[in-house]
Design a protein around this ligand. Sequence first.
Ligand code: ADP
Ligand code: MG
Length: 696
Amino acid sequence: MERAEERNSRVLLKPIQYLKGVGPQRAELLARLGITTIKDVLFYFPRDYLDLTDYREICDLQEGKIQSVEGVIIGIDLKSLPGGRTVLSVGLQGKKGFLRGIWFNQPYLRDQFQVGQRVVFAGKPRRTTLIWEMFHPMVQRLGEEEQPPRGLLPVYSLTQGLEQWELRRIVRAALEVGLSAVEEAFPDDYRREHGLVSIHEALPQIHFPPDQTALERARRRFVYQELFVLQLAMAIRRAQQQTFRKAPEFHVTVELDKRIRRLFPFDFTPGQNQAIAEICADLAKPVPMLRLLHGDVGSGKTVVAAYAMLVAVAHGYQTALMTPTEVLARQHMKTFERLLAHSRVRRVLLTGTLSPRERSAVLAQIAAGEADLVIGTQALIQDDVQFRKLGLVIIDEQHKFGVRQRAALKASGADPHYLVMSATPIPRTLTLTLFGDLDVSTIRDAPPGRRRVYTFLAEEKNRAEWWEFFRQKLREGRQGYVVTPVIEESDELDLVSLEQAYESLANGELEAFRLGLMHGRLPPEQKQAVMDAFRSGEIQVIVCTSVIEVGIDVPNATLMAIENPERFGLAQLHQLRGRISRGQHPGFCCLFLGADLTEQARKRLEAFARTTDGFQLAEIDFQLRGPGEIFGTRQHGLPPLLVADLVRDSAVLEEARADAQRLVQADPGLASPQWALLRRQVVARYGKVLDLAEVA
Ligand code: ADP
Ligand code: MG
């Protein structure tokens, strides 16, 4: 007798080609969607639903809500308007009344309609003085005798050559043969306690929901499961780091604390002190610290990191600080040079631009334990970098690195403590997702004397006025940045436009001043040269891409003009603006709005001009643009979420996280047989990326 499990997987993993109504040709199309087995189809969820719950005769329609009407096409008319625009209008004769479907600028739809065809239109109707209209209704074509579909009809992402109705039929067939073979991952009482419908109810309903409530219930189950699996992975990773690994204990005596604080020319803010206390508590334990430190731009995170590094060094350990760019590494180096001018702490810089000879000299120092403080870029995580006694790793501007590399550096040392610094505040849902395995320290205040930044939104007509002001401030001795949007630093066209902007400023508005040009593709020595010249005042204005975003600190720079600000995320704009609030003079930031600004973009930018609270801006950006925009697609290295939407499902996320933590605490290896299936899902999805040791 075949075991049930084997039988099930035989059914689910059967090639899709052998499903009724598929065959080799459709199988090829489905493969383009990533569907090769019955199971793949079952879990290929709709991207949207066609709402066919409210059928009406045309004469009974109401304005303002989604309704469906059935009828026969009696006329098709495609008109061209001036400016290349088109209007397609399709007349629909129902049993009681006439309605016109209207599409703008989609002339190719013309060929999908035929006079005499039976169809359903679904959408929000509008009553003109004479007739009913629907703009861009959803269309469902009906066969001769076919009954109009009811309920919520799934709308799938397709590939050319495959139609909605075909895929719907395939999904139905797959449900018929495959549903009973799908195993429930949650124990029954767990489902009941957490309000989760069973997989055998949820799967058919996410594809063909009878109504909105059923859809919500089915969706909740899958969202919960997806987030629960993620949070289990995070909790397990954390448990493993702290069970199997030992880190050195660093105790901070009053004496040591005093000695470190004396190095800084200021008192720490309450927020900094709080973060330092949290970090010190971690460092005193024999397990690795796993902590995220975030706070607004300029809130003094680097200072907190420096404190922690000095604690490690005082205990005779090495410490490494890794940054995403060379400019930033050098800047940190300068900070430490200043701080440690009179100390015996030995520091080295390790970046990709060292000559082979320099490089091997530095590597030898690191390996011999002759370097206490190592600052560098990704060059730090290469195989040949061997620390003798690594006690603490700090990763600056973490989200540029990604989860994978976090693991890589750690493995190269013994078992260091580990602190991640984010350049900007991270919205809570993202902290829980991307950094779910870390504790969090937040700095909410700013060092005293931080200057205000005044932000202006300027239209084309305000340009001259702004440049006059800009020149005025330059004459008073201030410095500034002009930022042009470059989405891809690798894009030649964008660089050309940057150079043009530079030329036109150098020969126009800023003719009388000393300008420098800066972008991500300059060789590092040149970047450094520009930065040095700017710092010394030799250059008054830097014309640049958003490369200056990462941590440049020149207090005398108080002016900033940003072209096409709508092309940046709020977090990024905020980061940019943070560059000009560092000194004793107030900052002035001017956003030149593009001519074709969308309503949503204007809203974002107005919010930006209104507040300088980075936490608030991060949340607004997240609400308006979603997580992808903030962190760049997949930069973080985790597989994408397929069902959950972090903006919409934040409550479920909190719930799943608390549940996962409780479960892992009780059963760290998910060893109980009732969790076998979930454990397998955790390993399959996150085992590699999160570097989870084999779960028992
Ligand atoms: P972040 O890394 O959070 O952007 P930094 O640590 O670079 O911020 O600090 C920004 C600036 O504020 C630096 O010039 C730093 O010397 C200064 N600073 C940091 N903490 C304090 C403090 N407590 N009092 C005064 N100045 C501070
Ligand atoms: Mg910083």
